[in-house]
Structures are given as C-alpha cells and as structure tokens.
Write a protein that binds this ligand. Structure first.
Ligand SMILES: Cc1cc2nc3c(=O)[nH]c(=O)nc-3n(C[C@H](O)[C@H](O)[C@H](O)COP(=O)(O)O)c2cc1C
Length: 389
C-alpha cells in the first residue's frame, strides 16, 4: 500500500489547531495568483505565454471539466495503492515534474532547477530536467537523492553537441532521455512578442550549453566574456527538426530508455513502437507551441489505445489538480505531469512551495480515490471516465 498521501490534510488542520496557518494555498488558482505577485513581469509573461490567442492553452484546462468519474461505494478503498513503475523503476505514485525551461529564474534566488530537484528528492516525485536550465544538468542530478531524474533533450542542430548532452545526462545518472519533438522552432507567442521578451536570448538558462566542452570550443572564448556571442551561438544551434530516421543515432548514443515528447496521434505512437522507442509522452506543450489544436486530454485515449500497454504513456498539458491527475490516469496515462502549477509554487515558496504543491496534488488524488472507491490504479483505469452531458 502507498503512504497515506491524503493525511496531508490532517497535518494542515492539526497545525491550524495549534495556531499555525498554512504558508501556501491548497489550490492551483490561488497559488497562481500569488505567483503573479512574486514573479518579475518578464518571467511571469514567459510562464503564462501560449501560442496565438492561447485558445489551445485554455482548452487544455477546460477539457478536464468535461469528464467525470463515477463513484463506487463499499469497494474497500480504505487503503490505496498508487504505486506504479516505469522502465523497471518502482515508483510510489504516478506523478512527475514536467520539464520547464525557465525554471531556474522562477525562484527568488534564480536557482529554481536545484530547488525543484530538492523538492523531488523530498517527495519521491521524479523530475524531468530541461535542456534549458540555469544550473548544469550534473548539479541538478546531484540534488535528486534517490528520486529518479529524466533528462529532456531539445536536440540541437549540431550533432556533436547533441551527443555530448546525451553522454553527460547518462554520466550524471539520469534514468531516461525525453526527446521533445514539438519545439524545434518557437511557437508564435504574442504575450512575449509584445514585449520582445525571450529569456534565453538574454543569456538565461543556458547553463548546459556554456558548460559544454563542444559548445565552448565552437564559441572559441569565455561565454561570460561575450554574452551576446553566446546567445547568438545558442540561437543558431538550438533548433533541429527531428525526424524518424534520427532515432537511429539517438539510440546508438545511449542505453537510456527513450521517450518521445509531443505525441498526439496514434499513428505516431505505432511508428514509435515499431522503431523501438521505449515510451511516448502525450502533450501539446501546454498550448505554448501550436494554437488551434485539440486539448491534450482529448488526444490521450487514442494514444493510450495505440500504445496498447506495450510502452508507457506519460501525459501533461492542463493538469491543475489531484483530481485532474486521477482523470488522466483513468484515461490510461501511466504517469501524469504537473507543469505550470509547480512553477507557480516555486515562485511563491521555493523548494518548500514545490514540496507543498506536490503533497497537495497527491493528497487530493489519494482522497478522491478513497471517496470514489478506487483502491488501485488498475481499478481506476478499468472504470474509465464518463462524458459530462
Ligand atoms: C515556462 C515553460 C517552459 C517550458 N519549457 C519546456 C522545456 O524546456 N522542455 C519541454 O519539453 N517542455 C517545456 N515546457 C512544456 C512542459 O513540459 C509541459 O508540456 C507544459 O507545461 C504542460 O502544460 P501546463 O503547464 O499548462 O499543464 C515548458 C512549459 C512552460 C510553461
């Protein structure tokens, strides 16, 4: 049986009886509101930003309200088992931290990647570390303790740099390589365009590049001495339109399990399986990349069906609560990712804020399964969801 995540609410109420009020809110909306007060406007804008009129971004969140779980009574859900596994790694629950490229600058000390890794270590929630971090991937891995970390790769158009990043991730102890496919070029984001705001071009979150031997040798000088040249080189190597044939050299470069992020179509899942990919990650990048698409949740059932239990399906985009997490699990996701909600928690409370957020998600999910009579993830998945009329 899993730890009783739901008991977190008891801790909060008992603290209240001793006169200790919670430092952080229990819901994502209030946390987001507080993050808006805590973050510098240019960082806030980058986090909020979505493609186009942000319609897909909103649809991602709204989609969850169109599906519901049917409660079952007297089903013995007094104890719940949320445990699962991924690539042979036993996990106590199916929650993970999505890769977030500006995480570093979302905490007050500008070391948000490290704070998040420490929160992962304290909660056992696996972290997917972005290529675009403010601290190098090795330092992030060192903070993870026993909690698994996965390295997210934005494949650069310089093959040697890609190979170097993959090698470093493997040496640093990451347990999987998550290759993001939907961001070889940045989506049209009016919120950022209107203020000409792109943090990486201002030199932020490039730690993995400026610490990379190959990148440094191409730069031919000290990255700190010439930030403009560093940003220009980064911009020139960042984007690479990965194709199916690239899986050959990626596979050859690493023995880590490979997960493809940005998958929405069942044919892409089948192709991934045929080519020996280890997992797919159903996501539309939180609506940041392409506007006008379907909510990610709507694409999940077909991705799950095509994966056919042969490979795991990670999911994110629009998850805002423990109950959203439960719904995605009921639809067949293997693991569910929190994205913007944990960024907001980081902005408000650093490491402690993220720990609170993760414990809150898990508590809500656990209590929902208790009350609705689903003692295991298998039972939840077998029951599925019904569409709200
Ligand atoms: C500010 C920000 C930065 C992100 N950076 C990355 C990244 O570096 N790599 C990546 O694969 N996805 C990145 N994503 C996408 C997330 O991994 C995830 O797909 C998305 O946040 C899910 O949407 P939601 O946060 O609205 O639920 C980023 C998202 C945000 C909001």
């Amino acid at each position: 049986m899993s730890p009783r995540y739901g008991d977190y609410q008891l801790e909060i109420y008992l603290n209240g009886m001793r006169g200790v009020q919670p430092r952080f809110p229990a819901d994502a909306a209030t946390m987001e509101h507080r993050a808006a007060e805590a973050l510098p406007p240019w960082v806030l804008s980058y986090v909020k930003s979505g493609a186009g009129d942000e319609g897909t971004q909103r649809a991602n969140v709204e989609a969850f309200s169109r599906w519901g779980l049917v409660p079952r009574m007297m089903e013995g859900a007094y104890e719940r088992d949320l445990s699962t596994s991924l690539f042979g790694i036993e996990l106590e629950h199916p929650l993970f931290l999505c890769p977030i490229g500006v995480l570093g600058i979302c905490s007050q000390d500008f070391h948000g990647d490290l704070a998040t890794a420490r929160a992962a270590a304290r909660t056992g929630v696996p972290m997917v570390a972005s290529t675009l971090s403010q601290d190098p991937l090795e330092d992030i891995a060192a903070e993870l303790g026993d909690t698994p970390g996965f390295f997210q790769l934005y494949p650069p158009n310089d093959r040697d740099l890609a190979l170097s990043l993959i090698r470093r991730a493997e040496q640093a102890g990451y347990s999987a390589l998550v290759v993001t496919l939907d961001t070889w070029v940045t989506g049209w984001r009016p919120r950022d365009l209107n203020t000409a705001n792109f943090p990486q071009l201002r030199g932020y979150c490039l730690a993995n590049y400026v610490t990379d031997e190959h990148f440094r040798s191409r730069l031919g000088g000290d990255p700190e001495a010439d930030p403009m040249a560093t940003a220009a080189l980064w911009a020139s190597v960042f984007g690479y339109a990965t194709s199916w044939s690239d899986l050959d050299w990626i596979r050859e470069a690493t023995s880590l399990p490979i997960v493809l992020k940005g998958i929405s179509h069942p044919d892409d899942v089948r192709k991934a399986k045929d080519l020996g990919v280890d997992g797919v990650y159903c996501s539309n990048h939180g609506g940041r990349q392409a506007n006008g698409g379907l909510p990610a949740l709507q694409t999940l059932p077909r991705v799950v069906e095509a994966a056919d239990d042969e490979i795991p399906v990670l999911f994110d985009s629009g998850v805002r609560s423990g109950s959203d997490m439960v719904k995605a699990l009921a639809m067949g996701a293997t693991l569910v990712g929190t994205g913007r909600p944990y960024v907001h928690a980081l902005a408000v409370g650093g490491e402690d804020g993220v720990v609170h957020h993760l414990r809150s998600f898990l508590a809500e999910a656990d209590l929902l399964m208790a009350i609705d009579g689903y003692p295991t993830l298998e039972r939840l998945r077998a029951a599925g969801l019904e569409r709200v009329l």
